[in-house]
Design a protein around this ligand. Structure first.
Ligand code: ADP
Ligand code: MG
Length: 365
């Protein structure tokens, strides 16, 4: 080879190597591909980058699996580089010549080919690390989500259970005691115990009211019996009476036919937002709107109270200092919806959420 020919040949070799590097970078960045697909693609990029592509084959061995070019067979002329992941898994990238070639720096291989195979092994190692980290993160996320769903379900079940017990068992026992006391009150003519009797009846009335409130707060039977809209109307009206604000409620009756998990989520979100308005906002007016179209269900709860610094409250909530805002977000997220809270000190607060409807309820009503 003349001088100029050699230069040209070298240049062509460098171009081939660079091309392989560029293509490899693109392959490892393709997040749509599985790791097997990526390793198979990389194997295919190797032979064209070496000096004698027509007699070159390649193999990647990793995690008990082998990825090879179709012409691969073991030969004495091999250049290889190790793949090492942070998780301690090892593998190799190998390039082989299928026939003997003139000696170069490393057997028949060039120094630049050594650099190239090392770089590719490094990219593959860091690709595999990233892939493993992504998988671990996704699994953790899925586990947490499943746990959180389970906790919500258990909480709902227990609330319903407690609510029924309070209403049925305790409520009825109290009613029976009250009736007995009233019978006594009518039947005996003993002025010295009359005041205690009527006092006892008053106390029982008081406890009965308290038990009824507790039971309703835990889980209004309306939600199970008459659906979301009735439960929300009842709840908001009752809170407004207690707090002395005006409330308006905009809800379409079609919303009553919702899947149970959605109805519970909506009710709990409204309940939390309204309770927050009552506890923290010092509002005069609260409005609740529920709306449904064929794609999604939306909730909006607005108050005209003092407002708050949402970022700050969310940070405190993330540190475990409060549960309400987190609980709303989590419930909505489990149904793949979105929740946003708009507020700043001095203005009122607006909590809005939307939840995509499952396909089966679309177009009904
Ligand atoms: N509607 C609201 N108006 C004013 N402040 C609110 C409102 N909603 C929430 N906040 C503020 O955000 C904080 C966190 O709310 P939340 O997570 O529901 O916890 P909690 O109600 O138990 O305090 C509240 O302590 C309150 O300072
Ligand atoms: Mg709260």
């Amino acid at each position: 080879m003349g001088n100029q020919e050699r230069l040209l040949h070298n240049l062509q070799e460098r171009i081939k190597e660079l091309t392989a590097l560029h293509k490899a970078v693109r392959v490892v960045q393709d997040s749509a591909k599985s790791s097997s697909e990526v390793l198979q693609d990389i194997v295919g990029l190797l032979p064209p980058a070496w000096q004698y592509p027509e007699v070159t084959a390649a193999r990647i061995v990793f995690g008990g699996r082998e990825f090879v070019t179709s012409n691969f067979r073991p030969t004495p002329w091999v250049q290889s580089a190790p793949i090492k992941t942070n998780a301690g898994q090892n593998g190799t990238i190998e390039v082989v010549y299928l026939e003997e070639k003139p000696p170069e720096v490393e057997g028949p291989f060039l120094a630049e080919e050594r650099d190239l195979i090392n770089s590719l092994a490094d990219s593959v190692s860091s690709y595999l690390d990233r892939k493993q980290a992504e998988t671990a993160l996704r699994q953790t996320h899925e586990r947490l989500q499943a746990l959180s769903q389970r906790l919500m379900d258990v909480q709902e079940q227990e609330r319903r259970h407690l609510s029924r017990d309070l209403h049925d068992e305790i409520g009825q026992a109290l009613t029976a005691v009250k009736m007995n006391l009233q019978t006594l009150q009518r039947g005996i003519d003993a002025p010295h115990i009359a005041p205690s009797l009527s006092d006892s009846i008053n106390i029982i009335d008081h406890i009965m009211q308290h038990v009824r409130d507790l039971s309703l707060d835990l889980r209004p039977s309306l939600l199970d019996d008459l659906g979301l809209v009735s439960a929300v109307r009842w709840y908001v009206t009752r809170q407004a009476e207690r707090a002395g604000w005006e409330a308006d409620i905009l809800a379409e009756d079609s919303l009553s036919h919702l899947p149970a998990d959605m109805a519970v989520t909506c009710y709990r979100v409204v309940q939390e937002a309204v309770t927050n308005a009552m506890r923290h906002a010092r509002a005069h007016h609260v409005s609740v709107a529920l709306h449904k179209d064929d794609r999604e269900l939306s909730i909006a709860v607005r108050d005209d109270g003092v407002g708050f610094d949402v970022m700050h409250a969310q940070q405190r909530a993330a540190q475990g200092q409060s549960l309400g805002l987190l609980g709303m977000e989590e419930r909505i997220r489990l149904l793949e919806g979105r929740l946003s809270i708009r507020s700043s000190p001095g203005t009122g607060t607006e909590v809005t959420a939307s939840i995509p409807l499952p396909l089966r309820t679309c177009g009904k009503e």
